[in-house]
Ligand binder design. Structure first.
Ligand SMILES: Cc1cc2nc3c(=O)[nH]c(=O)nc-3n(C[C@H](O)[C@H](O)[C@H](O)COP(=O)(O)O)c2cc1C
Length: 137
């Protein structure tokens, strides 16, 4: 995949977990990165892969992420689109929440990174490291 074929589009709240994960993914994949708190109109025409990142409040993805996905549904359907979620829940509760949010947003390829997730020898959350690996292939 050529450089800058990937865009990370995310929103983070007070904890900054999503911003941190988005920054890590962008650095590892040499991707462009867009913060929905700063801009909500993004020209995605030059990208083949779009990675959407959100946290969860009361079972729902952040509002600006849900709006962006809804407003850009037609374009996102023409891309390889993936979702990552930063959240508290893990295990079967995390799986169920991830599946529901993925379905609600209409992005089947979804992963989640629990705030208290186990970290690898580089200090990177295991789920995040394997997500990046998968996005490379
Ligand atoms: C008010 C509030 C509600 C939350 N509700 C949920 C929830 O329903 N499920 C969950 O797994 N995590 C929940 N969380 C945890 C956040 O989704 C998680 O900390 C995430 O990493 C936040 O992203 P951020 O640090 O970028 O803001 C909640 C956090 C807050 C502050």
């Amino acid at each position: 995949m050529k450089t800058n074929d990937i865009a990370i589009i995310y929103s983070s709240s007070l904890g900054g977990h999503v911003a941190e994960a988005a920054g890590y993914i962008a650095k590892e994949l040499d991707a462009d990165i867009f913060d929905l708190k700063k801009q909500s109109k993004i020209n995605m025409s030059s990208y083949g892969r779009i990675i959407i990142g959100t946290g969860i409040h009361a079972g729902r993805p952040f509002g600006n992420v849900a709006s962006f996905v809804k407003d850009n549904k037609a374009v996102l359907e023409t891309k390889k689109t993936s979702l990552f979620i930063c959240c508290l829940y893990k295990g079967s509760r995390g799986d169920a929440q991830c599946e529901r949010v993925s379905r609600d947003l209409g992005i089947p390829d979804a992963s989640y990174f629990p705030d208290s997730g186990e970290r690898d020898e580089n200090g990177v959350k295991k789920e995040l490291a394997s997500f990046v690996q998968r996005m490379r292939s």
